[in-house]
Design a binder for this molecule. Structure first.
Ligand code: ADP
Ligand code: MG
Length: 338
């Protein structure tokens, strides 16, 4: 980008998420601080991990009007972009260290950049992750975030689910789908619920602490970006197992149940995407431990099903009857493919 590319980088992207703006009491900020040998400004950033730790990395691209409404504020776009990227680290049980940012902008707009970097700064502090490099180009608004995290084990892979394991989810499901309906004017909501849903969409909680706590407990995990049934399907395929789920058990927020019918809410909970909660499997013997973990971390954990032999995903209603979910994938913002 010709107009002040280096000014843009220096002004808006050179000091995001570094320890000075993170409270020093946090153990994770120490890990992060020690890992980053070199940040923004050279040809490469350099990370150094303690011996025995693995580097986990994941990259995600958000395109205007596909992954977020083009009318979204720069702040909201930034917080969502970083939280959704960090969510992949959480789903692996990795501890966030750093991220890189490839930013494509139609034109350099100082106000937009200021708002965007403020959002990134807030999200970077929340997840204790530092911006260590990137690329800045001109073109249709596109944001690519690559996250880097450390893992002290082989991580929570999709392939480890065992027959007889329970299926669990964190938090509540369906909020982001409802938020999208409100944003698109398909659903009306009272200000309080509209605010709650807006936050769930633009500032989803990447379950980093839970993910790390599940190392050695969960047998498989995934973050719910495409919808519970679609994402659980990925785990089942990778693990070569089936599952039975009880749809009436899916955890839903009060706000979701207040803005729509129970039927629609459950439909969004099972198939809406973008909630970025974790879906994981664990031996039923871990139930008590998971209950304690949920309490300690203040994150709801709900048992929703059981891993079975075969490859089918069977859904049951509250009475135990088998139901066929109408739609198992996630509808994108504009209906475009992922
Ligand atoms: P190069 O030509 O080596 O790719 P650039 O001119 O693209 O270098 O970038 C200069 C420095 O600024 C590099 O350290 C790069 O990582 C960093 N950088 C560029 N764009 C961004 C951005 N949007 N956010 C953070 N760092 C960036
Ligand atoms: Mg470059």
């Amino acid at each position: 980008m010709s107009l002040g590319e280096f000014d843009i980088i220096r002004r808006y992207f050179s000091d995001i998420g570094f320890a000075a703006e993170i409270d020093s009491a946090a153990a994770t900020s120490n890990a992060q601080q020690h890992a980053i040998e070199l940040g923004v400004g050279d040809d490469c950033a350099i990370l150094q991990l303690p011996p025995g730790e693995r580097l986990a990395l994941s990259i995600d691209t958000l395109v205007a009007d596909v992954h977020f409404p083009a009318t979204a504020t720069a702040f909201d776009i930034a917080t969502r972009a970083l939280a959704t990227a960090v969510s992949d680290l959480a789903a692996m049980g990795a501890r966030p260290l750093a991220f890189t940012l490839a930013l494509t902008l139609p034109q350099p707009d100082e106000l937009w950049l200021l708002d965007f970097s403020d959002g990134l700064r807030e999200s970077a502090a929340r997840y204790r992750v530092a911006l260590i490099g990137g690329d800045t180009t001109r073109g249709p608004l596109t944001i690519t975030v690559q996250v880097h995290g450390s893992l002290r084990t082989g991580g929570l892979r999709r392939s480890g689910a065992q027959v007889g394991d329970g299926v669990f989810v964190s938090g509540t499901l369906g909020d982001a789908a409802a938020a999208l309906a409100v944003l698109q004017g398909r659903l009306s909501a009272q200000p309080e619920q509209a605010h709650f849903l807006h936050e769930r969409f633009y500032r989803p909680t990447a379950r980093v602490v839970l993910g790390e706590a599940l190392l050695g407990v969960a047998t498989a995990a995934i973050d719910i970006s495409d919808g519970l049934l679609a994402d659980l399907g990925h785990v089942l395929r990778a693990s070569a197992v089936g599952a039975e789920c009880v749809l009436s058990r899916l955890p839903m927020s009060e706000a979701l149940l207040a803005v729509t019918t129970r039927e629609q809410a459950q439909q969004w909970a099972q198939s809406g995407g973008d909630d970025y909660e974790l879906c994981f499997t664990a031996p039923l013997s871990a139930r008590e431990h998971l209950r304690e973990l949920a309490e300690m971390l203040d994150v709801p954990i709900t048992e929703i099903g059981l891993i079975t032999e075969g490859d089918a995903l069977l859904c049951r209603d509250a009475s135990g009857a088998i139901v066929t979910p109408a739609q198992s994938g996630y509808q994108h913002f504009s209906g475009a493919a992922h």
